[in-house]
Ligand binder design. Structure first.
Ligand SMILES: *[C@@H]1O[C@H](CO)[C@@H](O)[C@H](O)[C@H]1NC(C)=O
Ligand SMILES: *[C@@H]1O[C@H](CO)[C@@H](O)[C@H](O)[C@H]1NC(C)=O
Ligand SMILES: *[C@@H]1O[C@H](CO)[C@@H](O)[C@H](O)[C@H]1NC(C)=O
Ligand SMILES: *[C@@H]1O[C@H](CO)[C@@H](O)[C@H](O)[C@H]1NC(C)=O
Ligand SMILES: *[C@@H]1O[C@H](CO)[C@@H](O)[C@H](O)[C@H]1NC(C)=O
Length: 191
């Protein structure tokens, strides 16, 4: 009787112990799988221009010395869909007119929080003086619409749970039209 009882209880204990080990292994496997899935699913953040306003617009459409200059206040948005924050380095926002750079500003290094959109303000001073003569400048300024494009590339790293880092970058290419009469930006489009 006694010995039979002891055997049953020992068997019960063994089964319990085994159940704990199995549960532990399953839990660990799930955690590892989740981690691997999060790491594999790390995506490049997206950077765009959210909105642009025009200030201090100066134009000259004379055929002898046409020119434009203005300040663009740009809202730069960095959308980070990852489960870790995106820490990026200083980078340059370039504004171009017909492929030629006419203004530059620094997007100061920052940290874009996980699963959120970070908004940054950048002011770019744009001037056609920075480029050599362009035959289309006079007619473009005279037409009342100046097409500009913007480019920036944010290089950085996604930090996951403070232990894992992966290099990622976000690139922006946007185009916009400056309507000179209303000093407004129209058809702002980003890829
Ligand atoms: C445009 O430039 C021409 C030539 O430099 C100058 O004579 C004229 O006054 C300028 N116009 C404006 C509105 O600044
Ligand atoms: C980043 O840009 C800011 C502002 O222009 C500058 O003060 C800083 O030194 C730059 N940092 C690096 C690492 O280049
Ligand atoms: C960016 O500019 C907008 C509009 O001018 C302002 O409301 C916002 O507070 C600014 N954000 C930062 C971080 O400076
Ligand atoms: C400016 O871009 C628009 C399309 O975004 C285009 O229809 C228009 O012809 C362009 N204007 C000039 C002067 O290049
Ligand atoms: C942005 O434009 C540049 C120059 O036209 C091009 O090399 C690059 O591939 C473009 N990037 C994206 C993300 O469209």
């Amino acid at each position: 009787m006694m010995s039979e009882d002891r055997t049953t209880s020992r068997r019960k204990r063994n089964i319990k112990c085994l159940a704990y080990i199995v549960a532990g292994v399953i839990a660990q496997t799930i955690i590892i799988l989740l981690f691997v899935m999060l790491v594999m699913r790390i995506r490049n953040p997206k950077v765009r221009l959210g909105g642009v306003t025009v200030e201090n617009l100066n134009l000259n459409s004379s055929s002898s010395s046409p020119s434009f200059s203005m300040n663009l206040n740009a809202q730069v948005t960095v959308k980070n869909t990852n489960f870790g924050h995106f820490k990026f380095q200083n980078s340059t926002l370039t504004i171009s007119y017909r492929g030629t750079p006419v203004g530059e500003a620094t997007i100061v290094k920052a940290r874009a929080r996980a699963r959120s959109t970070t908004k940054l303000n950048v002011t770019v001073s744009v001037s056609s003086d920075k480029m050599s003569r362009n035959s289309a400048l006079s007619s473009d300024v005279g037409s009342g619409t100046i097409n500009l494009s913007s480019h920036a590339k944010l290089d950085g790293k996604i930090h996951l749970f403070k232990v894992f880092k992966k290099k990622k970058s976000a690139e922006m290419n946007c185009t916009m039209e400056v309507t000179t009469s209303s000093k407004q930006i129209q058809n702002l489009m980003c890829q």
